[in-house]
Design a protein around this ligand. Structure first.
Ligand SMILES: [Mn+2]
Length: 310
């Protein structure tokens, strides 16, 4: 049992994880980037949301939807037979983003100490800072200067404060950027303030691929992926997808990505042998209904990710 979590339900095809302390089997933190073991933590937290609430139910309905898939993944013509564990849900502190994210950071640290990489199911986007901080602290530099962050979202989420709050779903990538990422690559973007646009343009470590640019040419993104090396963290806000595919999100935004676009992104990352993906989160599924199409797509994305990276 992981510190700070309880176990409601398991993601389909996950391995038994009764005692995580026995899972490390001598894999040192030095080998962590190369590890193919993953651990899922659900974070049923929505507190700073500004529009559709309900992402606290995301982990439950995404796990439930995961049972709709076959172990053979026809998209990638590969069986999902890698080693991964579902560690349950974080005991969140409702209404307190920083305490929740601190508890998540502690739990992710426990995974890392066992040579297991984190997959976080949100919950609202603010929770991404938990695993990202834990991974940054593993570095000698104690920041992200050695880590590329790939961020799929309709929003930039890069203002310093939102309604006076530093820790918010709308400021998460500013908090990430504060940790000095090697590069922040934003994909599917189509909703942002002029202030955010100007901030991004002033930085030399942020790349942007607007959804409308990708409609014209997806190749520009795949070329970018060819140039990435080293450690990579992937954060997917489900509103990166077009609302036709993912309507139940905190802040739906028209004219977004197609699910096949994201499968192509996963494929490009998995095909690049110079990359070690060290963490993944998927956030902002906001619905309390079993069978919700957004939860089904979210489960498919996690299932695809595990098929390629576990
Ligand atoms: Mn968003």
């Amino acid at each position: 049992m992981l510190f700070n979590t309880y176990e409601p339900w398991k993601f389909a095809f996950s391995s038994a994880s009764d005692d995580l302390s026995n899972l490390g089997n001598g894999e040192s933190v030095d080998d962590f980037a190369k590890s193919k073991k993953w651990g899922i933590i659900g974070v049923p937290f929505d507190s700073t949301c500004s529009y559709h609430h309900g992402s606290r139910y995301g982990p439950t309905i995404i796990r439930e939807a995961s049972f709709g898939f076959e172990q053979y993944n026809s998209t990638f013509e590969k069986i999902l037979d890698g080693e991964f564990y579902d560690c349950g849900d974080l005991n969140v502190v409702h209404g307190n983003c920083s305490k929740t994210c601190d508890a998540l950071e502690d739990s992710v640290n426990e995974l890392i100490e066992s040579g297991i990489k984190p997959i976080i199911i949100g919950g609202e986007h603010s929770v991404s800072i938990g695993p990202i901080k834990a991974l940054a602290k593993l570095e000698e530099s104690k920041d992200l200067s050695n880590i590329t962050v790939i961020h799929l979202d309709s929003h930039r989420d890069i203002i310093d404060e939102y309604i006076g709050e530093k820790d918010s779903h709308a400021t998460i990538m500013k908090r990430v950027h504060d940790l000095n990422p090697k590069e922040l690559i934003q994909i599917g973007i189509r909703s942002f303030s002029l202030e955010e646009k100007e901030f991004v343009e002033e930085q030399d470590n942020i790349s942007s691929f607007l959804a409308k640019d990708l409609y014209d040419s997806f190749e520009i993104l795949l070329e970018k992926f060819d140039s990435i090396e080293g450690k990579v963290y992937v954060s997917i806000d489900m509103d990166a997808f077009d609302p036709a595919f993912a309507p139940s999100v905190g802040n739906p935004t028209p004219n977004g990505l197609h699910p096949v676009d994201v499968e192509n992104i996963f494929d490009a990352l998995a095909s690049n042998e110079k990359i070690d993906v060290i963490g993944f989160d998927l956030v902002e599924v906001a619905s309390d209904r079993l069978g919700d199409v957004t939860a089904v797509l979210a489960a498919k994305m996690i299932y695809d990710f595990l098929t390629l990276f576990a």
